[in-house]
Design a protein around this ligand. Structure first.
Ligand code: TYD
Length: 214
């Protein structure tokens, strides 16, 4: 029997107010236009249980470690029920946030030690050759004045979006630090310009990053 090549796993990250949602939609259309079979999903969430956990995570006050553990619990479910089966079927997965968000928000923002997350990553995502992690992560980066202005214009804010400016600054710094440590996987996109300018930049770079014909 001919084996199906594994699909690719793309995650999209950024501080709240970076404009990630608009670009995600564009990216999904761009991939579908290339005939790529795509599963769009998000974290926390992506499964019936994960979406319930999301509601609590975004609204309910809780101990900081409970917050981090629930992020990984939702992720375990998501990997088992959605992400791994899709990749095995040869479909691509486009995920709105993944583990990098835990390092940035619970690590950078909340100040929890990253060694604990590394152990949880090994547990939840597997270790060595069996590990599932994004093949490509797009990190939409904006300076704090841009993200806070975009948030101020939006709908009602959740528990993370309501955090103070220094929390968001730590989240951003942790994202950038993680990107510097894995520059081939995490591509930083300056998202402070116009939507069209960002999409033009993506259009030029994506075929290279994904090893696709332009
Ligand atoms: P977000 O992805 O910004 O969704 P929306 O665009 O609908 O607001 O919301 C998810 C929030 O969850 C975001 O503020 C970041 C936070 N989060 C973490 O703190 N840790 C994580 O591991 C993940 C996946 C998300």
């Amino acid at each position: 029997m001919k084996s199906i090549p594994r699909g690719r796993f793309i995650s999209v990250e950024g501080v709240d107010g970076a404009g990630k949602s608009t670009q995600l939609l564009w990216l999904a259309r761009w991939l579908i236009a290339r005939g790529i079979p795509l599963v769009r999903t998000r974290e926390p969430g992506g499964t019936p249980l994960g979406e319930k956990l999301r509601e609590w995570l975004l609204a309910e006050p809780m101990h900081l470690e409970t917050e981090a553990l629930l992020m990984f619990a939702a992720r375990r479910e998501h990997l088992a029920r959605v992400i791994a089966p899709a990749l095995e079927r040869g479909e691509w997965v486009l995920c709105d946030r993944f583990s990098d968000a835990t390092f940035a928000y619970q690590g950078g923002g909340r100040g929890l030690p990253r060694e604990k997350f590394e152990a949880l990553e090994d547990w939840v995502q597997g270790a060595g050759a069996a590990r599932i992690e994004p093949d490509l992560t797009l990190l939409f980066d904006v300076p704090p004045e841009v993200s806070s202005a975009r948030l101020a214009n939006g709908r009602e804010l959740d528990r993370f979006e309501r955090e103070a400016a220094d929390f968001h600054a730590r989240v951003r710094a942790a994202y950038l630090e993680r990107a510097a440590a894995a520059p081939d996987r995490i591509r930083v996109i300056d998202a402070s310009g116009s939507i069209e300018a960002i999409q033009a930049r993506l259009e030029a770079a994506l075929p290279l990053w994904l090893d696709l014909a332009a």
